[in-house]
Design a protein around this ligand. Structure first.
Ligand code: SAM
Ligand code: SF4
Length: 356
């Protein structure tokens, strides 16, 4: 927290220098899109916008000219890589199922890509959760007066020890913590919410790539009717609960779901669920640059219906500006043949038939 680098960053930001490390947020803001910086500031002001001037922060930081921090305001904790899914775009460090599959196929082109640049790739994954596991990190964080605690994994809600540890936080401390879970939506959100009472708020960011069979295809292990039912039941529960509960759907935009995002957006809008997106950057052979023109055209037509949404506007611009990279397209085809040897994709989404 107080490394020379962190102090340097605070100093630069205090001087108003737009450091390159924060480029993604500045870029989004200059395009008129909400940035992570703004979203997080908005959380700190309890939904009153992203300007921190009227909060306790300026007073707190006024006398901190050494740029050392003694307050841990917000923490992201990755507990471990235990997961019940093996999503197409994910990797061994985040999913235990993918870790098992990749460990047994170390010569595969797509595994070698990770191990080539990092010879200790699999050892590092093993060590990451042994030397100091996520629960120990969580204990350290709970020794401070953290106000925003974001938990991810793997699938964090699969971990009963984690839920028990959170439920065990003394009542006074709990009442000051805003909990946030990044989850794949397979675990009953009402169960979790009823186990974790007394927090200042609980917010679920549910990662979904599409509705129906495409969700099940990209997020392998997922069963769409269960996820739909889980969210619908939760919405009903949250609307009558006295606890401060919230939910949002987060989508990683990639080649496989580009023609499906419009449908998912409609599904969320019908339920008044906030949506956010990230455009996949790695692995690059699953990204927007492998989409053939014909599929891009179809995606643009479908997305145009939702073009009042700033994220959709940015996505439309990105699709139009991104040229198809034929070398990557070949790699995409090879990846799909490895991920899905029976090519079920072509029945689930016939738009890909021509390419294959
Ligand atoms: C690794 S997951 C862990 C939490 C939980 N298992 C889930 O899926 O929400 C955290 C987030 O990363 C996203 N993600 C997975 N692979 C990604 C990739 N290649 N690029 C960008 N985001 C990715 C997931 O969709 C999810 O929103
Ligand atoms: S559910 Fe999350 S951690 Fe699990 S494989 Fe999918 S993206 Fe990775």
């Amino acid at each position: 927290m107080n490394s020379d680098y962190q102090k340097y960053l605070r100093q630069q930001l205090d001087k108003g220098v737009a450091v390159d490390e924060c480029r993604k947020c500045w870029d989004r803001e200059s395009q008129g899109l909400p940035s992570l910086r703004q979203n997080i500031n908005n959380m700190v002001t309890d939904g009153l916008g992203d300007n921190l001037d009227q909060t306790w922060m300026p007073v707190y930081f006024k006398n901190k000219k050494d740029y050392c921090a003694d307050l841990l305001l917000m923490a992201d904790v990755k507990i471990n890589n235990l997961c019940n899914f093996s999503c197409a775009m994910c990797n061994a460090a985040d999913s235990s199922i993918i870790n098992n599959k990749w460990s047994a196929q170390r010569d595969n082109e797509f595994v070698v890509e990770y191990t080539d640049t990092n010879l200790s790739y699999f050892d590092n994954i093993k060590n990451a959760y042994q030397v100091k596991n996520g629960m120990q990190v969580l204990d350290e964080i709970l020794n401070s007066s953290v106000k925003f605690l974001k938990i991810l994994g793997g699938e964090p809600l699969l971990n009963p020890k984690l839920l028990a540890r959170l439920a065990d936080i003394p009542e006074k401390q709990r009442s000051k913590i805003n909990l946030m879970f990044i989850t794949n939506g397979s675990v009953d959100l009402i169960d979790v919410s009823t186990q974790l009472t007394g927090f200042r708020s609980i917010y679920y960011i549910v990662s979904i790539e599409a509705t129906g069979s495409m969700q099940n295809y990209v997020r392998r292990g997922s069963n769409w009717p269960d996820i739909e039912q889980n969210i619908d039941r939760y919405l009903k529960y949250a609307s009558t609960s006295t606890a401060k509960l919230g939910i949002e759907v987060h989508t990683t935009i990639q080649a496989l779901n580009i023609t499906h995002y419009a449908g998912l957006k409609k599904w969320c809008d019908n339920r008044k669920i906030k949506t956010t997106i990230t455009v996949l950057e790695t692995p690059v052979y699953l990204g927007v640059s492998v989409i053939p023109d014909k599929i891009k055209k179809q995606a643009v037509e479908l997305l145009t219906e939702a073009k009042s949404d700033p994220d959709v506007q940015a996505l439309l611009r990105l699709i139009k500006e991104t040229a198809t990279d034929l070398t990557l397209v070949e790699k995409f085809v090879r990846f799909i043949k490895w991920y899905d040897p029976d090519l079920e994709l072509l029945d689930i989404d016939p738009v890909w038939r021509e390419l294959f």
